[in-house]
Design a protein around this ligand. Structure first.
Ligand code: PEP
Ligand code: MN
Length: 359
């Protein structure tokens, strides 16, 4: 039974976005054969955003993947989105299946796929849904686990947004895979730098960031002639470029055996814990002030939210933070939460004293 363990080296999945022709698939597999690839990937059925784009070669591509598997002795993977895809893939000895980001958003569809895989001993890779919804992602993982497949792994491929950021095609929102890893430390968590980046030049940087965070592997779209690719041309890299990225990739460990560094780390963490305790005490004091302010505003029949005051606060927070080399975006986001909670507390005080007045 095929399963993958956590190891010092990242689990590596590479291959084209789409299988286009037999020659293309075999050429890329051959070019990748000198690299330490654990799984060869190619999309056969492609979920495209708009009709009219290349929607995959269909079942014929499964035979090409079979050829790759036999010739290079590499497990092969493809995306499935419908029960008939699973049926076809199993018939052709595909070793690993992945569930795409557009499928994971739909629990009915995910459950239908999980039902088709009941008791099937094969690894299933579950991409994050296109929406930044961690429960939906975790839920999809659980549906396959409950179906009894032999292994479920998670792939982080970033999240859609209306205003696609200039930097990324799909915003990484690293906090979400970090939270998944907190909830499910047992799972192998892979990164898909290709779909996060949307452009070849960013793939190496995102792959390194994933290693810095502690991801367990990478899925990277690879094509022998990226500009001519029938899908996702801008983000695919050549096997040579992949080799180059791998040669520079720094893989980090979860723990260290260095006793001196460990105790230094422990010391710094203790200092940090002390500061966190102080932050909590300060926040509690700040919120007590919010309660008093809420009572005053209630007496004067003033609104809890005061836009001018909030603008002034943001400005001085940014200025002070800038002097201390703190990121302005970080501070704004942090104080938005604090301010939001303060308003909530003030409104609670207003409501409470309203209620007592009515009695
Ligand atoms: C893919 O891996 O080719 C793919 C379609 O990915 P996603 O589901 O992440 O968009
Ligand atoms: Mn793709």
């Amino acid at each position: 039974m095929l399963t993958f363990e956590k190891s010092e080296q990242p689990l590596l999945i590479a291959g084209p976005c789409s299988a286009e022709t037999r020659e293309q698939v075999l050429q890329i597999a051959d070019d990748l054969s000198s690299l330490p690839i654990n799984i060869f990937r190619a999309g056969i059925w492609k979920p495209r955003t708009k009709p009219g784009n290349f929607e995959g070669c269909g079942s014929i591509g499964l035979q090409w993947l079979q050829e790759v598997k036999q010739t290079y002795r590499t497990p092969v993977a493809t995306e499935v989105a419908q029960p008939q895809h699973i049926e076809q893939a199993l018939k052709h000895g595909i070793d690993v299946l992945w569930i795409g980001a557009r499928t994971v958003v739909n629990p009915f569809q995910v459950q239908e796929l999980a039902n088709c895989l009941k008791g099937v001993p094969m690894p299933i890779l579950v991409k994050n849904p296109v929406t930044p919804d961690i429960d939906l992602w975790e839920g999809a993982i659980q549906r396959f686990e409950k179906a009894g497949v032999s292994q479920v792994m998670a792939i982080h491929r970033g999240f859609s947004s209306y205003n696609a950021s200039l930097q990324y095609r799909n915003h990484p929102n690293w906090i979400i895979p970090i939270e998944l890893k907190r909830r499910r430390p047992d799972l192998l968590l892979l990164s898909d730098p290709s779909h996060i980046s949307g452009k070849a030049s960013l793939v190496g940087e995102v792959a390194q960031k994933a290693m810095d965070i502690g991801f367990n592997g990478l899925m990277i779209e690879t094509h022998h002639q990226p500009p001519q690719a029938w899908s996702d041309a801008a983000q695919q890299i050549t096997p040579i470029e992949l080799k180059e990225i791998l040669s520079h990739l720094i893989v980090r460990k979860q723990f260290t055996e260095d006793v001196i560094k460990s105790s230094e780390l422990e010391y710094l963490r203790q200092l940090m814990d002390g500061i966190d305790a102080e932050i909590i005490d300060l926040l509690a004091r700040r919120m007590q002030l919010s309660d008093r302010i809420g009572a005053l505003k209630k007496d004067c029949n003033m609104t809890a939210y005061q836009p001018d005051r909030w603008n002034e606060m943001l400005e001085s927070i940014r200025e002070r933070g800038g002097k201390q080399y703190l990121s302005k975006n970080f501070l704004a986001a942090l104080f938005e939460h604090i301010h939001d909670e303060s308003i909530r507390r003030q409104i609670a005080v207003m409501k409470h004293s309203d209620q007592s007045a009515n009695h």
